[in-house]
Write a protein that binds this ligand. Structure first.
Ligand code: UDP
Ligand code: MG
Length: 316
């Protein structure tokens, strides 16, 4: 019998823990031929999420958990779960029931019967989401796919079932600043995409702010593409060429018509324009420098405060 680990990142999901466990258990218990285990990751929740998880773990032997020393973010949560997992198949799923557990069976089928290494969900509607937010996310996917080598599917959510081989590949990537949507794609393997309709959160509220999403977008672009650095060089070339043409123009004009003092406006405009571009280019370089700085510290992705998994390997 194959084992399946369900990794559930939780941040202030107090109301969801029991509900999630009940619903999911009810659904997966009908799937024959697999043994399911839950790995809850308490991402430094401020409410009693951890107490709820521990209570669950005391009553059910299929519940494992890792609790972080503070909020490290969902990426860290997923990574901790993948690292701690031992199952033949491993899935990442949200605690808020926005990822229908009914899809788990289809996902397992894709891997064990149809020869895929992974099966991931993609939402086709963005109902229950603010319009501006949907528009901005679409724009983000357009930009990142134009710029980077990995293809990040629009509407892809972090709900994915993977084979052991793929999980091992994912955790073998050593970066500290993890952008899973890119990593899952970068490692390769064959992924089947299945579609589902967006469902509203059952309880609690999303922890994503607009600013958080913006930072996430910049993170994603700089993690998988060095194209912005090239933009700086391209702009440099374009502006130098334009300046050269203008230089010739000024030179010829001066030779032909003399040089009465004028041109304050053009001077200031050019100065400001070049200044702006220079600062932008520096900013782009700074983004990458900052990334390198953080990476070179080699800090752990997460720190465990409490867990019921007896294995030193997730201490790191
Ligand atoms: N989450 C987490 N750490 C965080 C933020 C969120 O582990 O810092 C978890 C959260 O508990 C949920 C999942 O990640 O299980 C998705 O979060 P959310 O529902 O807020 O995001 P959305 O569905 O709006 O993308
Ligand atoms: Mg959600």
């Amino acid at each position: 019998m194959k084992t399946v680990d369900l990794i559930v990142p939780c941040y202030n999901e107090s109301e969801m823990i029991d509900l999630f466990y009940e619903r999911t258990t009810e659904v997966v218990s009908k799937i024959a031929g697999y043994k399911f285990n839950f790995i809850f990751i308490d991402d430094g929740s401020a409410d009693d999420t951890l107490a709820k998880i521990i209570n669950l773990a005391e009553n059910h032997s299929d519940v494992k958990y890792i609790s972080f020393s503070r909020n490290f973010g969902k990426e860290a949560g997923m990574y901790a779960g993948l690292k701690a997992s031992t199952g033949d198949r491993v899935a990442v799923i949200d605690a808020d029931l926005q990822h229908p557990p009914e899809l788990i069976e289809t996902m397992l089928k894709a891997i064990d019967e149809e020869g895929y290494d992974s099966c991931s969900a993609r939402r086709v509607s963005r109902e229950g989401e603010p319009k501006l937010r949907s528009a901005l996310s679409r724009l983000f996917y357009k930009i990142i796919n134009k710029m980077s080598d990995v293809e990040i599917v629009d509407g892809a959510v972090d709900f994915r079932m993977m084979s052991r081989e793929m999980v091992d590949a994912v955790i073998s990537l050593p970066e500290v600043q993890r952008f899973s949507k890119g990593i899952f794609c970068w490692v390769g393997f064959k992924t089947k995409w299945i579609e589902f309709k967006n469902v509203a959160r059952v309880a609690g509220q999303t922890s994503w702010s607009m600013w958080g999403l913006f930072k996430y977008a910049i993170e994603g672009i700089t993690a998988f593409s060095t194209f912005p650095l090239r933009i700086a060089s391209i702009m440099g070339v374009l502006i130098s060429s334009a300046s050269f043409i203008y230089l010739m123009f000024v030179l010829i004009k001066t030779l032909a018509f003399g040089d009465p003092v004028q041109g304050y406006a053009s001077t200031i405009v050019i100065l400001l324009f070049i200044g702006g571009i220079t600062i932008l280019a520096l900013g782009i370089i700074g983004e990458y420098l900052a990334k390198m700085y953080i990476e070179t510290k080699r800090r752990p992705v997460f720190i465990t405060r409490k867990t019921n998994i007896k294995d030193e390997k997730n201490e790191k």
